[in-house]
Structure formats: C-alpha cells, structure tokens
Design a binder for this molecule. Structure first.
Ligand code: ZN
Length: 157
C-alpha cells in the first residue's frame, strides 16, 4: 500500500472542527458553489473534498444522517452507488486519471474523519502521484485550486 503525501491536509487536521455534522449542514445551506456541492440527487449529493488527497477527490453522501451503510434504504443505497459511478465517469472524462481509490472509512478506528455520517470517497490516481515528492523533497504537491476544479466539474454532472 502506498500512501498519498498530501501536506495541505495538515490544515484540516489542525483546524477546529465545526460543531454538528457538516454533511448535514452544508446541503441544508443554499450555497452549493461555496460549499463545493457539485450535484444533488434525490437521496444523496456529490461534494468536493475541501482537503483532498488528490485534485478531484469527491465525496458522495446521503442527505440522511446515519453512520451505517446497512441502515440506508435500498433506494438510498442504489442512488449512492449510482452517483459514485457517475463521479468516476466524469473524472475519467475530465482529468483522465490512471486509476481510482474508492472507499468508505467506517468508524474512527478505520480512519473516518466524519464518523457519524456515512460517505464514500472517490480519489483519482495518477501514476507517480505518491512517489516523486519523496524523490524531490523541495517540490510541494499543490492541488489545482478548489474553485477552479469546481468550475471545471460543475456542468458535467
Ligand atoms: Zn450528518
């Protein structure tokens, strides 16, 4: 297993987390662009991760607050994975990654940052995205600006 070196995530790790659940709070607001919400389905939504492991790192979450995949209804779960699949298609078309990591961290011990609200991660991968920084330690991996990525992706969903 190779880990992505993503130093900008330290800001997230150090930041004070807002009270309450952001996966409930952000879709309840009426500012999808500011919140990087790319698409709203009937039961789930697609959002960019503000502290991405890679440019184009997306999240899919149900609107309903539950930590458990098995608690989702069939309709919620079907749409959830339909949207995961749509994320892959859009990212393939737009950024031509070499591959993807898709997954969910369920429970704190599994690395969940938002452990109370189930969500899936879609992380596009490019050959060498983990490695060259260790060879050339002065180069910082700077993700494509989030707002720019948002504008690139928004109309494709
Ligand atoms: Zn929630």
């Amino acid at each position: 297993m190779k880990y992505i070196w993503a130093p900008w995530r330290i800001e997230y790790i150090r930041s004070k987390k807002p009270a309450g659940c952001i996966l409930c709070a952000l879709p309840a607001e009426d500012k999808d662009k500011g919140n990087y919400i790319l698409f709203r389905g009937k039961k789930n939504f697609i959002m960019m991760n503000s502290y991405p492991y890679n440019p184009g790192h997306l999240l899919v979450a149900p609107y309903r607050h539950t930590s458990d995949l098995e608690e989702l209804t069939a309709a919620e779960r079907n749409e959830h994975f339909e949207l995961v699949s749509r994320c892959i298609r859009v990212l393939k078309e737009t950024f031509k990654p070499g591959g993807f990591n898709i997954g969910a961290n369920i429970g704190k011990v599994a690395g969940a940052g938002i452990e109370d609200h189930f969500h899936s991660h879609i992380v596009p991968r490019w050959l060498g995205d983990t490695n060259f920084v260790t060879v050339l330690p002065d180069i910082r991996v700077v993700p494509q600006a989030l707002a720019e990525t948002y504008d690139t992706l928004k109309d494709k969903f």
